[in-house]
Design a protein around this ligand. Structure first.
Ligand code: PLP
Length: 341
C-alpha cells in the first residue's frame, strides 16, 4: 500500500459531499474455509453486501454521493429503473424511503425470460413494494436509460420535481464514490499485514469497476483489479468503465489509468440474468463454507469467475486475493427454482 498516495486520494474524495446513508466502512473478512477448500490463494471478502440500508449492496455507496445532489436541489421524487429483479432500483427505493421522497421505477420486462413464478413477485420486487415505490412496467429495448428519462419527463409534466438516478447508479459521480472502496481495502489490508495481489468483482453497468480501478491505481499500485463480465457484453462493459472512470478522474484532476482495466469474459453463463451450473455451484460453496449469500445474476457469477481464474493457476497459493461481494442477496429468493433447493 502507498500510504501517502492513499491519504492524498482520501483527502481529495473527502471534499465531495455525501449523505451518509450507507454503513461504512464495510468489513474485510478472511474466507478461511473457502481458502482451505481450494488450497490457496488466501481469499478475503469485502462485504459490500453489508452497506446496511434495505438489505444492502454496492449501489448504496454510489447513492450516498449521487443523491446528495437530489436533496440539495430540492427534488421530491427519485426516478430510476432496471430489470424486474434489479438490486439497483431496490436500493434506490430504500434510499427514497429513508429520505422521505417518492420513488418511481421503470421496470424493464423481457431482457430475460422469467426463471420462475417467484421472479415477478418475490425478492427485490417484494422489497420495492415494501419501500413504497411506484412500479411502471416497460418493455426492455436495450436502451438502459431511455424509459427512465421518459418517466421523469412525464412526472415533471404533472408538477413533480424528479431526480433521475441512472441505470445501475452508474455515471462519473457513482464511479468516484466507488473509489472510496479501494481506499478502505488498502487500509484494511494494511492493518492485517498484506497487500492484495488482486481485487476481483463482477462488473455490469461498470461504475463499480471504474471506481475500483481509479482508487487502486493510487492506493495499491501493485494490485490488479479484475472485473468479471456478468452482462455477456465485455466490450460494452469495458467502454463504460473507461467513460465513467475518465469522468471520475477528471473530477479529481487526475488521469484515468486505462491500461489497468481488465474485463474478463466467459463467466456470464448463457445470458444476462440466466445462471449456469458454475454460478449455482459457486453460490452453494459460498453458502456452505462461508455463510455468504451470493446471488445468481451478479455476485454468484463473480465468484464463479474468480474460482475459474484460481483453477487456471492465476495466483500462487500464498497470494492474497480480495473478492468484492457486491450484494444481490434478495434475488436469491426470486431464483429459488434455479438453485434446486
Ligand atoms: C449485486 C450486484 N453486484 C454487482 C453489480 C454490478 O455493479 P456495476 O453495475 O457498478 O458494474 C450490480 C449492479 O446492478 C449488482 O446489483
Amino acid at each position: 500500500m502507498d500510504r501517502s498516495a492513499t491519504d492524498a486520494l482520501d483527502a481529495q474524495l473527502a471534499r465531495f459531499p455525501r449523505l451518509g446513508l450507507a454503513h461504512l466502512p464495510t468489513p474485510l473478512e478472511p474466507m478461511a474455509r473457502l481458502t482451505a477448500h481450494l488450497g490457496g490463494p488466501r481469499l478475503w471478502v469485502k462485504r459490500e453486501d453489508a452497506t446496511g440500508v434495505g438489505m444492502g449492496g454496492n449501489k448504496l455507496r454510489k447513492l450516498d454521493w449521487v443523491l446528495h445532489r437530489a436533496v440539495r436541489e430540492g427534488a421530491d421524487t427519485l426516478v430510476s429503473g432496471g430489470v424486474v429483479q434489479s438490486n439497483s432500483q431496490r436500493q434506490v427505493a430504500a434510499a427514497a424511503a429513508r429520505l422521505g421522497l417518492e420513488c418511481h421505477l421503470a421496470v424493464y420486462h423481457g431482457r430475460l425470460p422469467a426463471p420462475s413464478a417467484d421472479y415477478e413477485v418475490s425478492g427485490n420486487v417484494l422489497l420495492n413494494r415494501l419501500f413504497g415505490a411506484v412500479l411502471h412496467d416497460v418493455p426492455w429495448t436495450g436502451e438502459r436509460n431511455a424509459a427512465i428519462a421518459d418517466l421523469a419527463r412525464r412526472l415533471a409534466a404533472t408538477g413533480r420535481r424528479p431526480f433521475v438516478v441512472p441505470y445501475g447508479v452508474s455515471d462519473a459521480m457513482g464511479a468516484l464514490a466507488y473509489a472510496t472502496t479501494a481506499v478502505e481495502i488498502a487500509r484494511q489490508a494494511d492493518a492485517r499485514g498484506f497487500v492484495p495481489a488482486a481485487i476481483v468483482h463482477c462488473s455490469g453497468s461498470a461504475a463499480t469497476q471504474a471506481g475500483l480501478v481509479l482508487g487502486a491505481a493510487a492506493c495499491l499500485p501493485g494490485t490488479g483489479v479484475v472485473g468479471i463480465d456478468i452482462d455477456a457484453e465485455p466490450a460494452r462493459v469495458r467502454r463504460d468503465v473507461l467513460a465513467y472512470g475518465s469522468g471520475a478522474a477528471a473530477l479529481l484532476d487526475r488521469s484515468f489509468p486505462e491500461a489497468r482495466v481488465e474485463v474478463v469474459a466467459g463467466h456470464a453463463g448463457p445470458a444476462y440474468g440466466v445462471p449456469h451450473a458454475a454460478t449455482i455451484a459457486a453460490i452453494k460453496l459460498a453458502g456452505r463454507l462461508e455463510a455468504l449469500l451470493l446471488d445468481p445474476v451478479y455476485s454468484g457469477k463473480g465468484l464463479a469467475g474468480l474460482l475459474a481464474l484460481i483453477g487456471e493457476g492465476r495466483w500462487r497459493a500464498g497470494a492474497d486475493v480480495v473478492f468484492v461481494h457486491t450484494g444481490g442477496t434478495p434475488a436469491l429468493f426470486a431464483y429459488r427454482g434455479a438453485l434446486g433447493l
